[in-house]
Design a protein around this ligand. Structure first.
Ligand code: ATP
Ligand code: MG
Length: 273
């Protein structure tokens, strides 16, 4: 089924509504930082390492993760994705056991042994690598961080039985550096901080999103794009919202493209509401 087109988007002759969440992996904007984050996540997966990927909200962390795992052969990799760590320690074991086809044990001590055994069997017997991803990992409690260390440590210092990827806001990296978490911190061999885009990247990003919706010619004037970029601090999600508001303002005024007046109006509205 073709994606629906909002009225304001059809005003510009766009074939789909731009700046949505639903960008297929093959059509992502390949800025350097995104490519680097994807490369590090892939390295972490290949090496069965522990990785920490941080960045401000809306920087593109989850998108990079999606891109990194999109091409994985699911007969050789099991990706276990926890959208957030709100289920406590048990939530992590339950996710592992369930994803690997077992019934999670009820008692905590049994559950951790079960998870560790399942991870080891998957790696060594089925030769299938488990990729355990915990998103919003800045919300992990100290107990959960300790459990993750124990799981990654289950085979003494020999190879880790899985690839672990913690994704979160910059406070995650700060927390991990606190002394109490040093044992886990030392095991993290892949780190990346995904920053916002510079002006040139933001302009290309805006054009990219419009091009995948059918308009390759510049629809947003450079001064307007600069204003949207500064408002969004170069962060993709905030830029999506600002660009959408600016396109709506231009459509409401019957303008063929987004000029700086539209960008100003859009930002005034976004900061007011
Ligand atoms: N490389 C990219 N190409 C195209 N769009 C992107 C890209 N990176 C981010 N985006 C856009 O930005 C939005 C926000 O990205 P994402 O959800 O990955 O942010 P996040 O860093 O995970 O934020 P949060 O911390 O709030 O979870 C996406 O829904 C997508 O529309
Ligand atoms: Mg995210």
């Amino acid at each position: 089924m073709a994606a629906p087109v909002d009225l304001w988007a059809s005003h510009f002759g766009l074939s789909a509504t731009p700046f949505t969440k639903a960008v297929p992996a093959a059509k992502l904007f390949e800025r350097d930082a995104h490519a680097e984050a994807v490369a590090r996540i892939r390295y972490c997966i290949n090496e069965a390492a522990l990785a920490v990927i941080v960045g401000d909200t809306g920087a593109g962390k989850t998108v990079a993760l999606r891109a990194a795992v999109a091409g994985l052969d699911r007969t050789r990799y099991s990706v276990i994705y926890l959208a957030n760590p709100s289920g406590g320690c048990r939530g992590i074991y339950v996710a592992i056991a369930t994803a690997l086809g077992a019934t999670p044990r009820f008692h905590k001590a049994e559950a951790i042994n079960q998870a560790a055994a399942l991870l080891a069997a998957e790696e060594h017997e089925r030769h299938r690598r488990v990729v355990l991803v915990i998103d919003e990992a800045h919300l992990l409690t100290p107990e959960q961080l300790e459990e993750i260390r124990l799981l990654s440590n289950a085979e003494l210092d020999s190879a880790s039985p899985f690839a672990g990827i913690l994704i979160g806001q910059p406070t995650l990296a700060v927390r991990l550096r606190q002394g109490v978490f040093s044992a886990l911190d030392q095991r993290i061999s892949v780190r990346y901080s995904l920053v916002g885009m510079d002006l040139a990247e933001s302009i290309s990003y805006l054009r990219h999103h419009l091009a995948i919706c059918g308009r390759s010619d510049p629809l947003i004037a450079d001064d307007a794009a600069g204003r949207l970029h500064r408002y969004a601090n170069g962060l993709p999600r905030a830029l999506n919202n600002a660009a959408t508001a600016a396109l709506m303002a231009a459509a409401a005024d019957g303008k063929p493209l987004v000029d700086d007046v539209c960008a100003k109006k859009a930002i005034a509205e976004l900061t007011r509401t």
